[in-house]
Design a protein around this ligand. Structure first.
Ligand SMILES: *Cc1c(COP(=O)(O)O)cnc(C)c1O
Length: 216
């Protein structure tokens, strides 16, 4: 009951154009089923093994989002069914996703993760490297991979001003390339900072603990 209530309350307060990915990492199948029963279809995971095993045991109309750092050699396990990969952070990974998409005779939608925080532990392209792949028109050579947007994570801090600056930075980058790259999705915002992210034009938020409770 609690999960369903949390979810319905959050959703009732979201602007209409903001989509919600329920981040179910570390949480049991039963918790996902509780959320699913309210009509929630988008779920996010960050570990391949866990993602595949949950995919196997849950309804097939669930849209699975890979939100964590992804190693190239593991792309093959999720390529047949993944809905959106948020965490594309290298050319090597782009190449492998395209290759596995071809093998599965499909197009895989991805977001380019941009490193907007100063935290050394966070992944993502630097803005400079992002501009290099755009300049080389490299992305257009991958026919089975479609870049549909950008993703970013703010620093782990209580300073709202810092978080807002980082989100605004990604918003500006998104708007700069929106037309030319046909970008649609700006994935920013977690439980602690999603209201700021929405103020900064995010249209896809990734919430875990506010829905499912704290993780161990
Ligand atoms: C875990 C995780 C989230 C959700 O975090 P909460 O603070 O529990 O909402 C969102 N995005 C990414 C990339 C994550 O790894």
């Amino acid at each position: 009951m609690k999960i369903a209530n949390n979810l319905l309350k959050i959703k009732s307060e979201l602007p209409e154009d903001v989509k919600l990915v329920a981040v179910s990492k570390t949480k049991p199948i039963e918790d996902i089923k509780s959320a699913y029963k309210t009509g929630q279809l988008d779920f996010g995971e960050n570990k391949i093994q866990e993602l595949v095993s949950k995919y196997d045991s849950l309804p097939k109309n669930i849209k699975w989002h890979m939100i964590g750092h992804l190693q190239s050699n593991k792309v093959k396990y999720i390529a047949p069914f993944i809905h959106l990969i948020h965490s594309v952070d290298s050319i090597k990974l782009i190449r492998e996703i395209n290759k596995q998409a071809i093998k599965n005779n499909r197009t895989i939608n991805v977001l380019i993760q941009i490193d907007i925080s100063n935290d050394k532990t966070k992944f993502g392209f630097s803005v400079d490297d992002f501009h290099v792949i755009l300049k080389d028109e490299l992305l257009s050579t991958f026919n089975n991979l479609k870049v549909v947007g950008l993703m970013g994570m703010a620093s782990f801090t209580d300073n709202q001003y810092v978080i807002k600056n980082q989100f605004n930075f990604l918003k500006d980058l998104f708007n700069k390339h929106k037309e030319t790259l046909s970008l649609e999705i700006l994935s920013m915002g977690m439980s602690g900072d999603y209201n700021i992210a929405i103020e900064c034009q995010s249209n896809l938020i990734r919430l875990g603990s506010t829905i499912f409770g704290k993780r161990k």
